[in-house]
Design a protein around this ligand. Structure first.
Ligand code: UD1
Length: 417
């Protein structure tokens, strides 16, 4: 088990380039098989989830290679339509391969991705939508057997704007005859990035970023190049670290509009934020006040992924911050760990109340999930003394060289040998 030693108290200063988005690159990797083609994907972070998606591609008979931050995918030789259990359980987003394999091969066999640290995470919306497009899906003992004899475009109204379901429908609909219209679709920027890639692939798709997406027709091309969007949650993480420690940090290669809800909250808390077209600078003197109530919602609302991060930035803020988590039922596990550092957090159901304390004191803590783990980094950087952070594996699933980047800005964070 990997451990980080984090000595708090250093201000963060300097420039940092933010990585490509994990949640954008994974559906695009799945999309690279909807037709027989070669794809060059630039700005792909080196993360275990990305490596797991490349393993799935190789299992399916595709070529998947990395050169620095570029992935080269050749899906022309795709020969299998199944994903074994051990590859499915590596990462939850493997379920997005379902729509892509069906689109390409009219048959797919894979396993239920199962629940995770954040809650049950059902996939009923994915399966109902694929059935509406004409897929036959049977589920026995957690194995999904799917086939179709020609998918047909239809209108699909999602009862909740699920990101994964929207992506799965977009991919399956590439192969459907006629028009597929998704209403109440997810509007996250990663959906727009997927649409951009699909358009380059020759798919007639529009509406991503709005609640209505239409997919109709496909004139496949053979070679595609795409640059993956920047990771808005990695950007939010750096903003929250700087807010909590104090200092001045400029984030490069970002799209500030993608994480405006977080910037706005930090501004209210007393940070100064300067927005440019592809960069953002945060200055903080480390003296903060509690934000207005934070309620997580689908985009463009406050992202559930940033809830633990902003909570960690609030621990020493003057007043009481109130968080309501509406997306995942089990997303306050970090609160238990944050309390070990001396913070005052109470959780009742979906609501967490954080009352600022004058100081945080280092303690051994454990990452329980990706963003909850990153929240512990934010808090440890602002605590007195050396925190030992256990189970760093959860964090490095989503952040490329987070420790190195923080050290470059002045943070004291090192692997324990
Ligand atoms: C979610 C986030 C996304 C984030 C990602 C990684 C939202 C809306 N989505 O996407 O921004 O990047 O986690 O942390 O914030 N649900 C069902 N049935 C389904 C699918 C989903 O009931 O078939 C429920 C889930 O249990 C959950 C909610 O819908 O409560 C959001 O799910 P969804 O958007 O699909 O999750 P992800 O795609 O993982």
């Amino acid at each position: 088990m990997s451990i980080w030693r984090i000595s708090g108290g250093n201000r963060l200063n300097g420039d940092i380039r933010i990585q490509g988005a994990k949640n954008a690159v994974l559906p695009i990797i799945a999309a690279s098989i909807v037709t027989s083609c070669e794809t060059e994907l630039i700005n792909c972070p080196r993360l275990s989830d990305v490596e797991a998606a490349m393993c799935i591609l190789r299992h399916l008979g595709c070529i998947a290679e990395r050169d620095g931050d570029t992935l080269y995918i050749d899906s022309r030789g795709m020969s299998a339509t199944d994903i074994p259990h051990e590859l499915m359980r590596e990462m939850r987003s493997s379920v997005i391969f379902l729509g892509a394999i069906l689109a390409r091969a009219h048959s797919a066999q894979l396993y239920y991705p199962g629940g995770c640290e954040l809650g049950a995470r059902p996939i009923d919306l994915h399966l109902d939508a694929l059935r509406a497009l004409g897929a036959q899906i049977s589920d026995s003992g957690g194995k999904l057997e799917c086939s179709d004899s020609g998918l047909k475009g239809t209108r699909i109204n999602l009862s909740f704007p699920s990101v994964g379901a929207t992506e799965n429908i977009m991919l399956a609909a590439c192969a459907a005859s006629g028009e597929t219209v998704i209403t109440n679709a997810a509007r996250e920027p990663e959906i727009v990035d997927l649409q951009d890639y699909l358009r380059k692939l020759g798919v007639c798709v529009f509406g991503a970023g709005t609640p209505t997406i239409s997919i109709s027709g496909f004139n496949p091309v053979q070679v595609v190049g795409h640059r993956v969007m920047t990771d808005r949650i990695a950007a939010a993480t750096m903003l929250c670290c700087t807010a909590a420690t104090g200092g001045k940090v400029r984030l490069l290669s970002v799209e500030p509009a993608h994480f405006e809800t977080i910037s706005e909250a930090l501004e209210y808390m007393g940070c100064q934020i300067e927005r440019g077209s592809t960069e953002i600078t945060i200055s903080s003197n480390g003296i903060l006040r509690a934000p207005k109530p934070v309620v997580t919602k689908p985009y463009p609302g406050f992202p559930t992924d940033a809830q633990p991060l902003l909570m960690a930035a609030c621990l020493k803020a003057d007043g009481t911050a109130v968080f309501t988590e509406n997306i995942f039922e089990n997303r306050y596990r970090h609160a238990v760990e944050l309390r070990k550092l001396g913070s005052d957090i109470s959780v009742v159901g979906r609501v967490a109340m954080v009352t600022g304390v004058p100081k945080l004191i280092a303690a051994p803590v454990t990452a329980t999930d990706l963003r909850g783990g990153a929240a512990l980094v934010v808090a440890a950087l602002a605590a007195e003394g050396e925190t030992q952070l256990y189970d760093v594996g959860h964090i490095v699933r989503g952040y490329e060289r987070l420790d190195e980047h923080l050290r470059a800005l002045g943070g004291d964070i090192h692997y324990k040998c």
